[in-house]
Design a protein around this ligand. Sequence first.
Ligand code: A3P
Length: 278
Amino acid sequence: MDRLDVTEIFEGISFPGHLHTLESLQFAISFPFQDQDILIVSYPKSGTTWVQEMVTLICSRGDPSLTQSVPNWARAPWLEHYYCASVLGAASFKLTPVILHYSRRVIIYVSRNPKDVVVSFYHFHKMANFLPEAETFEEFLKKFLMGTLSYGSWFDHVKGWTCQTATLENLLHLTYEEMSLDLHGAIKKVSSFLQHPLLEEEVNNCVQHCSFSSMKNNNMVNYTLVSDHIMDHSKGCFMRKGKTGDWKNLFTEEQNHYFNDFFKSNMQDCALDFVWEV
Ligand code: A3P
């Protein structure tokens, strides 16, 4: 199948041109946010879809009617997509509207350990026809570390949204690993941050409906509604493994050493701890 990998360069970051245009990216950074907006921000493959599902379920008090009848991109749209929206997805911190940094709108920043991010992103490149063809993992890993993949540098994104925003009271930093380790606790944390307290039974319903198996089987969130022309489902699943530590199945020992050294020197100004395996 022909790939749709036209690239749009915006502020030095490459975006897939099939999904983002200069107009849509410009629109995103000048978006007039409203007080009730909830923004989910992440680098790709960090658990964005999971949090979209979680937030919808929290706002619906655990009732899955909406998550089972409306596609996730319609309930929690990507602001920088050409069709626009009210949720900010994979934009880097420097691209976000200045007004957001001083507003009352709440922001949920989602991060994941970068070894699992790069592995998930690599597999996603094989099925996502709007991204450049995935080459060898060795090449892909180099580009990830250099920040030259689509959506830019993981390091700039994570450091921008965590270290430089440490004083923002309206920002909650949530990690993929904490959701994996304690989904119930993560849902309570997010519902309390959103000032949307839930009854225990409602939390349990949210847990059930945003488990990996429920989401993998829900056509409204597993991306099977997207045509093969855009995501080739014969080459993989969006809901692939949903595990922490899968990087161990792809990284060589040498790649792991190189990654660790690179990570250490590039994250020395940012005291973030990641869970690398469970
Ligand atoms: P894997 O490719 O490692 O399986 P994003 O939504 O930011 O693109 O992230 C996609 C990753 O989140 C994929 O990781 C996907 O399987 C995982 N994911 C989505 N929903 C999940 C869930 N309920 N539990 C665990 N992982 C989930």
